[in-house]
Ligand binder design. Structure first.
Ligand code: IMP
Length: 196
């Protein structure tokens, strides 16, 4: 079975393919289906943005499409960067700079107030059917320094208390088994299987 993943982010396609390895679901990227769409993510929640992306590509292709929208909510910043995570300080700014800026903003914030979470909404759109949406969260804290080489984005400043390290220090398998995207995707995959 084929499903199109409505993202231009190669990291996400890679993570999702790893998660679905061994299953009979083949994940195609937008590049694989030669679609180069500029989608206006103008929703106000992760769920709305995931649905906008999945439904736009579903209308263009007539195929089942999965889209995700995710980000980092930092409680001490009122939930920011949140749905603006990739646009925070500009799309083209490196994550070394973004992560250093967030650590600087939080430099006076004590340990117990450094709570944060990654959130992911996964939407599945099919022609002529209501879109289904699933949410996963990954609770942690903002670290005091940038650490780790794995993952992407804000992983090097996201401290995972159960593991005693940042999510950038986890192996891809460890991260997938506990991450926001892993959890939302697991629910989405169950739904897809139930539907076959
Ligand atoms: P999206 O492509 O609109 O979903 O933006 C997601 C953004 O949130 C990414 O570009 C990262 O900045 C951040 N983000 C989401 N998930 C993760 C993760 O697993 N690790 C690190 N950063 C993440």
């Amino acid at each position: 079975m084929k499903i199109i993943m409505a993202t231009g982010n190669a990291n996400k396609v890679k993570e999702i393919r790893q998660m679905l390895e061994g299953s009979d679901i083949e994940v195609l990227s937008l590049k694989d289906v030669q679609i180069d769409a500029e989608i206006d993510e103008n929703g106000t929640t992760f769920e709305e943005n995931a649905a906008i992306k999945a439904e736009t590509i579903c209308k263009l292709t007539g195929q089942m499409v999965m889209a995700d929208d995710s980000g980092l909510e930092i409680d001490a910043l009122g939930g920011e960067p949140g749905i603006h995570s990739s646009r925070f300080m500009g799309e083209d700014t490196s994550y070394d700079i973004k992560n250093a800026a967030l650590l600087e903003k939080l430099k006076e914030v004590p340990e117990e107030k450094r709570t944060a979470r990654f959130v992911c909404a996964v939407a599945i759109a099919r022609p002529d059917e209501p879109t289904k949406i699933f949410r996963g969260t990954f609770e942690g804290r903002i670290a005091h320094e940038i650490k780790g080489e794995n993952g992407f984005g804000y992983d090097p400043i996201f401290f995972v208390p159960e593991k005693g390290c940042t999510s950038a220090e986890l192996s891809p398998e460890e991260k997938n088994s506990m991450s926001h995207r892993g959890k939302a995707l697991k629910l989405a995959v169950e739904e897809i299987r139930a539907h076959i």
